[in-house]
Design a protein around this ligand. Structure first.
Ligand code: UD1
Ligand code: CA
Length: 466
C-alpha cells in the first residue's frame, strides 16, 4: 500500500477565476456547507498525512492565502502562484518544478469539493501497477466534460475536451473527472511535450493520456464511490444543487444514526453535529461549528445553533439563536431566545421569549422567562428573574459583573446596575433600580415612592375652563 509514503505529492488546481460564478471572490472561496470549496479538498487530502501538498492559486490569491493562513487545514500546504492561467498542464508544471522522480503525483481540482478519501487512496494505489491512473465516470449528461476515448479492446487512448470533440465523440458518456495519478518521472517527461494546439489554446493536462499511450504505457481508470465526488462547481446554481445533495447525505446519516428530522430536505449542517438517540430536530434549523446534542433533545423550528452543547432532554423552542453556549439537561430555551457566547444554563433552568443572555451562568432550576437582558452575570440556583429585568453591565468603558445568589427573586422591570451583588434569598421589588449590595433574605426596593393626588385637574378640563 502506498498511501502513507512521504514521496506522494498532491497538487490541487485552484488558479482559475470561475467567471461563471459572476463574483468578486475566487470560485474556490465560495462556500459549501459553510466552508470554502478548497477547504473540503484540503480536508480530503489531509487523510494522506505525510504527502507533500501544493495548491496552485492565481485569481484572488491574496484572499485565499489570507483565509488559509489561519486554518489548521493548510498547516502542511504550500501555495504556488500561476500568474496567468495557461491551462491545467501549465498549472501542474508550476507545482512540480522540483519534482522528485520517484514520487507519485495526484492531481485534484479545487472546484470539485467532494472527492472521497477512499477514492484518493485508490488513485494512489493504482500507481503500483501502472504509470497513469484517471478517475472516470459514466454520466447521463456529459456536456462540458472531457470524453474518454477507448480503442476496440477497451483501453484508454486519449481524452478529448468538449470544445475539441467531434459530433461522434460528443456522444461518449464516459467522462474525465479531472483527477489523475501519475508517476513523477513520467509526469516530468510528458509535461514537457504538451502543446497548446487545441481550440482553447491552453496546455491541457488531459494530453498526458495520449502521450502515455504513445509511449505504450498502460493507463488505468478508477471509478469514484458516488457521483457527487466528481461534481464540479462552475456556477451558483451548481453550487446550490451540490449543497442540497450534500446536506441530504448529512441528514440521512443523522436519521440512520437515531436522530429524527422533521424534514431531511430542510436541514443545514455547517460543521460537525453529534446527536444522541431520540433527539428531534424540526424544520429549517442551521447548525454551525461544533454542536453536540444529547439524547431526547427537542429542537423547535427555525433555530440557529453554533458551537454549543445541549444535554439530554433539553428543549429549544422555535426561533432561538444560540452561540457558544452550553445548555444543561432538562433546560428549556425559547421561543425567540438569544443565547450569546458564554451562556451556561444548568439543568432544568429556563430562558424564555425575548431574553438575551451573554457570558452568564444560570443555576439549577432558575428562570428568566420573559423580555430580559442578562449579561456578565452569575445566577445561583432557584433564582427567578422577572420580566423586563436588565443587567446594566456596561458603563461606557468597562463591563461589570452581577452576582445573584441562590433563591433570589427579582420583581419585574428591575435594573441591576453592575457591579452589584444580590445575596441569598434577597427579594427585589418590581421596578427597582439596584445599585448597592442587597443582603441575605433582605428586601431591596429602589424606586420613587408613589403619590396619589386627588386635588388634580386634568389638562383637558383646564382647557375647557380657560
Ligand atoms: C477539466 C478537464 C476536463 C474534465 C473537467 C472536469 C482539462 C484540459 N480538462 O476541464 O477533461 O472533464 O476538468 O471538471 O484539464 N486551473 C488552473 N490553472 C489553469 C487552468 C485551470 O489552476 O491554467 C484550475 C481551475 O481553477 C480549476 C481546474 O483547474 O480548478 C479545472 O480547470 P477548468 O478550466 O475548469 O477545466 P475544465 O474545462 O472544467
Ligand atoms: Ca471546471
Amino acid at each position: 500500500m502506498v498511501s502513507e509514503q512521504t514521496n506522494t505529492h498532491i497538487i490541487i488546481l485552484a488558479a482559475g477565476k470561475g467567471s461563471r460564478m459572476k463574483s468578486t471572490i475566487p470560485k474556490v472561496m465560495h462556500k459549501l456547507a459553510g466552508e470554502p470549496l478548497l477547504a473540503h479538498v484540503l480536508r480530503a487530502s489531509a487523510t494522506i498525512p505525510r504527502a507533500k501538498k501544493t495548491v496552485v492559486i492565481g485569481e484572488g490569491k491574496d484572499l485565499i492565502t489570507a483565509f488559509f493562513q489561519k486554518s489548521p487545514l493548510a498547516e502542511d500546504i504550500s501555495f504556488v502562484i500561476q500568474a496567468e492561467q495557461l491551462g491545467t498542464a501549465h498549472a501542474v508544471q508550476i507545482a512540480t518544478a522540483d519534482i522528485d522522480e520517484d514520487s507519485r503525483v495526484l492531481v485534484l481540482y479545487g472546484d470539485v469539493p467532494l472527492i472521497d478519501p477512499i477514492t484518493i487512496r485508490e488513485m494512489l494505489n493504482v500507481l503500483e501497477s501502472c504509470s497513469l491512473g484517471v478517475l472516470t465516470m459514466e454520466v447521463f449528461d456529459p456536456f462540458g466534460y472531457g470524453r474518454i476515448l477507448r480503442d476496440q479492446d477497451g483501453n484508454i487512448e486519449g481524452i478529448v475536451e468538449q470544445k475539441d470533440a467531434t459530433p461522434d465523440q460528443e456522444k461518449i458518456l464516459e467522462v474525465n473527472t479531472g483527477v489523475m495519478a501519475i508517476k513523477g518521472a513520467k509526469l516530468r517527461r510528458w509535461l514537457s511535450k504538451i502543446e497548446k494546439n487545441n481550440v482553447q489554446g491552453e496546455y491541457y493536462l488531459t494530453d498526458l493520456v495520449s502521450l502515455a499511450r504513445r509511449d505504450k504505457e498502460e493507463i488505468r481508470s478508477i471509478r469514484p464511490q458516488s457521483v457527487e465526488e466528481i461534481e464540479g462547481v462552475n456556477n451558483r446554481l451548481q453550487l446550490a444543487t451540490l449543497e442540497r445533495r450534500y446536506q441530504l447525505k448529512l441528514a440521512e446519516k443523522l436519521c440512520l444514526g437515531g436522530t429524527s428530522l422533521a424534514d431531511p430536505s430542510r436541514f443545514d449542517q455547517r460543521g460537525e453535529l453529534i446527536a444522541g438517540c431520540d433527539t428531534f430536530i424540526d424544520v429549517n434549523c442551521v447548525f454551525e461549528g461544533t454542536v453536540q446534542l444529547g439524547s431526547g433533545v427537542h429542537i423547535g423550528p427555525n433555530c440557529s445553533i453554533k458551537d454549543t452543547t445541549i444535554a439530554d432532554q433539553a428543549i429549544v423552542l422555535a426561533n432561538s439563536v444560540i452561540e457558544q453556549s452550553s445548555i444543561g439537561s432538562g433546560a428549556v430555551v425559547g421561543p425567540f431566545a438569544r443565547l450569546r457566547a458564554g451562556t451556561d444554563l444548568a439543568e432544568n433552568s429556563k430562558v424564555g421569549n425575548f431574553v438575551e443572555t451573554k457570558k452568564t451562568a444560570v443555576g439549577k432550576s432558575s428562570k428568566i422567562n420573559h423580555l430580559s437582558y442578562v449579561g456578565d452575570a452569575h445566577l445561583g440556583d432557584n433564582v427567578n428573574i422577572g420580566a423586563g429585568t436588565i443587567t446594566c453591565n456596561y458603563d461606557g468603558d468597562k463591563k461589570h459583573a452581577t452576582q445573584v445568589e441562590d433563591n433570589v427573586f427579582i420583581g419585574s422591570n428591575s435594573t441591576l446596575v453592575a457591579p452589584v451583588r444580590l445575596s441569598k434569598g434577597a427579594f427585589i421589588a418590581a421596578g427597582s433600580t439596584i445599585t448597592k449590595t442587597v443582603g441575605d433574605h433582605t428586601l431591596g426596593i429602589g424606586r420613587a415612592k408613589q403619590r396619589n393626588i386627588s386635588s388634580w385637574t386634568s389638562p383637558a378640563k383646564k382647557a375647557q375652563e380657560d
